[in-house]
Design a protein around this ligand. Structure first.
Ligand SMILES: Cc1cc2nc3c(=O)[nH]c(=O)nc-3n(C[C@H](O)[C@H](O)[C@H](O)COP(=O)(O)O)c2cc1C
Length: 330
């Protein structure tokens, strides 16, 4: 089973951190679908240190989400350590994760995110400073390298381990690849063989079968799922079931999808407010609608929604249309 420091997960399935997605509303929903560990979206160290209001709101965790890993990012030791201490002492996160994979220039030009991948010595120094400053286990999520000519995944992972990091999540792509091309799972196996701390594999797990294949092919200790869980917490449930029982469950009905979408919306409203939640929910709703017949028209209408009532009525209509179609077909 997956164990990070003294935190034991009930299974090997991990929800990836995703900015603008993995807030408490989504995480709790995914947790209820069985995830062993959920990761929060990345939070700026400076935002924490300067107590920026929006940043502080990102630190909210519902007890029911636990175990949870909270990810911070930064480029300077002083603020990174300060932020980690704050998370350690003032939040109910179980694990403090450091972002070493974010590829966007806004982040890398501040020497944060994937920029660290070029310098194993910096990784050692930064991770060790954080580890010494906090009680909670510290982990790192990284990409395999900066570009094809700078793939230091093994050295970087060993630096994390030497510094006292308790696990590594590895996305098998370089910074330059962004999200293009196929994730390299061979490097996940190489890293797994080169450290003794748990390694969580990540990249292109799109089906429960992929998850099993990643575990078997790389020997990794956990499997992290990102995009395949967008609007699709069933992916997590189906993966847990498949790994535990070898049974591949079917896809949910449209009614089930819409019900969970509405639950997600209501949690987002409670977390933020109706106005912000409805706007944020537009992208999630489009993901929940993926693969449903005739969704294009509804998607356009969803983008115009201003209130919960409007959004819920569109989602209910879609579920009703689908059940009538089924009845006709039946
Ligand atoms: C919308 C979005 C936001 C993301 N935000 C973060 C983040 O905040 N921190 C992080 O380490 N990775 C982030 N990632 C990367 C994912 O955690 C993951 O590594 C990547 O999507 C590959 O996994 P997948 O193929 O299962 O999607 C993000 C990815 C997406 C699609």
């Amino acid at each position: 089973m997956l164990k990070i420091g003294n935190i034991e997960m009930k299974n090997q399935v991990v929800l990836a951190p995703m900015a603008g997605v993995c807030n408490s509303a989504f995480r709790l929903t995914v947790k209820e679908f069985g995830a062993g560990l959920v990761c929060a979206e990345m939070v700026s160290d400076k935002g924490i240190v300067f107590k920026n209001e929006k940043t502080m709101n990102l630190l909210y965790i519902d007890e029911r989400e636990k175990p949870l890993s909270l990810q911070i990012f930064g480029g300077e030791k002083e603020t990174l350590v300060e932020a980690a201490k704050f998370v350690d002492q003032n939040t109910n996160a179980d694990i403090i994760d450091i972002n070493m994979g974010c590829p966007v220039p806004k982040i890398t030009k501040c020497d944060a995110g994937a920029k660290w991948l070029l310098d194993p010595n910096k990784i050692y120094e930064m991770v060790s400073a954080v580890v010494h400053a906090v009680e909670k286990p510290v982990t790192v999520k990284m990409r395999m390298g900066w570009d094809e000519d700078h793939i230091f995944a093994v050295k970087n992972a060993q630096a994390v381990e030497r510094a006292g990091g308790k696990a590594i999540a590895l996305h098998g792509r370089t910074r330059v690849q962004m999200y293009e091309g196929k994730a390299n799972w061979d490097i996940i196996r190489e890293v797994k063989q080169s450290v003794t701390i748990p390694v969580i594999g990540n990249g292109d797990v799109q089906t429960p079968q992929d998850a099993k294949r990643m575990l078997e092919e790389t020997g990794c200790d956990g499997v992290m799922i990102g995009r395949a869980a967008l609007g699709n917490p069933w992916m997590i449930y189906r993966t847990v079931q498949y790994l535990e029982t070898d049974k591949l469950l079917g896809e949910p009905s449209v009614r089930e999808k819409m019900d969970v979408c509405i639950l997600h919306l209501d949690r987002l409203i409670a977390l933020k407010n109706e106005d912000i939640a409805v706007r944020e929910m537009r992208k999630h709703a489009a993901w929940y609608l993926k693969g449903i017949r005739g969704n294009a028209k509804v998607r356009n209408a969803i983008n115009e929604c201003q209130t919960r009532e409007q959004l819920v009525s569109l989602l209910n209509e879609l579920a009703l249309d689908e059940s009538q179609n089924q009845a006709i077909v039946g």
